[in-house]
Write a protein of this length. Structure first.
Length: 362
């Protein structure tokens, strides 16, 4: 794998097999009514995206079939795989996750001694042969390029920032840029109030704030209010979803943020704020609240959900993100890339036009 897009790659499932401890390692679907959720949630590598609430959110918004599969070696359980099968243009696709699901990662939950590369090799015949899928997308926060060496995957490489929540609050604050610390002090002196928000009415509030953010570039959000409502209703009851609101000194809601988390990882899903109140610096205060909230609950690292330049000021270290994909035949991979380009082309055009207008006014 060279980390570049290569839609020509395909897989021959007929030659895939993996051995461990003398037995055939293979995946078996777990009947939905027999899923032992507490046992699954006990894995050290478990993330919020694999939990029952998040899967209900995906099933509701993507209308797919949730798959929880057990990895076995001669009857011994080695771990699990979680994904969702959807049908697009008549083709069965396994997403774990799939782009556009507003879901950062899924993948495996494995016993400590089980190599992830072995789990991947066992996954391929399960997905392409047993389940009859034609395309697989896979993003697991603990999966590396070496785990998939010689497996035929194309790897899409990105980056994000990660804040180490094992540090003290003083150390985390000290790693931020001085301008960010000043913004936090300004918000506090201005009477800005930050609170953990109730789910009631939150989706509408958040979407209003998010729409105002996108409007600055003559764009619209990439998802609708119903998506946020489904997220809140499905996930918030589990405790995996932190909703944060900022109020001005008069009590008006001027900014909101969404931060899921479970186990070792918390995540910046998104936030929005009204432009006319940004002088109060609510965004910085919302992020600082979320960092302290998840740190207090034992989370190890906070993932900033992408590489936007504004995220660097919070002092996290830049890390590589990997998204793997593999098609049963080359035509599907090519079609996937064409569809992706067509989806993003209008947004890129509108952004270029916006930047050109800004440049002309300077």
């Amino acid at each position: 794998m060279d980390g570049r897009s290569d839609p020509e790659r395909s897989v021959d499932v007929g030659v895939l097999a993996v051995k461990q401890g003398g037995g055939r390692v293979r995946f078996e679907i777990v009947d939905p009514v027999e899923i032992d959720w507490p046992s699954l949630d006990g894995f050290a590598d478990r993330t919020f995206c694999q939990r029952a609430g998040w899967l209900a959110y995906l099933q509701r918004t993507q209308r797919g079939e949730v798959i929880v599969a057990r990895l076995e070696d001669d009857g011994a359980t080695l771990g699990y795989f979680t994904g969702l099968i959807v049908r697009r243009f008549g083709i069965r696709i396994m997403g774990s996750p799939f782009p556009g699901w507003t879901t950062p990662f899924m993948g495996f939950n494995l016993a400590a001694e089980v190599p992830r590369g072995d789990a991947v090799r066992a996954l391929l015949p399960f997905v392409f042969h047993d389940l009859g899928c034609m395309h697989l997308e896979l993003s697991d926060p603990y999966l590396t390029r070496s785990d998939l060496a010689s497996s035929g995957f194309t790897c899409d490489v990105g980056s994000t920032f990660v804040t180490d929540l094992r540090l003290t609050e003083e150390q985390i604050l000290g790693s931020m840029e001085s301008s960010t610390r000043r913004a936090l002090r300004k918000g506090e002196k201005s009477g800005l109030a930050i609170e953990e928000a109730s789910p009631a009415g939150f989706a509408a509030d958040y979407f209003e704030h998010l729409t105002d953010v996108f409007a600055k570039q003559n764009l619209r959000p990439t998802y609708d209010q119903a998506r946020i409502a489904a997220l809140v209703e499905s996930v918030h009851p589990s405790g995996d979803l932190l909703l944060v609101r900022a109020r001005d000194p008069d009590g008006r809601s001027i900014a909101t943020g969404i931060f899921p988390g479970y186990g070792a990882i918390s995540f910046f899903f998104g936030n929005g704020s009204l432009r006319e109140y940004q002088i109060l610096r609510p965004n910085e205060a919302i992020h600082w609240y979320a960092l302290r909230y998840w740190r207090a609950r034992g989370v190890v690292e906070h993932n900033w959900g992408g590489a936007g330049d504004y995220k660097a000021k919070y002092g996290g270290r830049r890390v590589e993100t990997l998204h793997f994909r593999l098609s049963r035949n080359a035509a599907i991979g090519i079609g996937r890339e064409v569809a992706r380009s067509m989806y993003y082309a209008p947004r890129r055009l509108m952004r270029r036009r916006h930047l050109a207008r800004v440049a002309r006014t300077r």
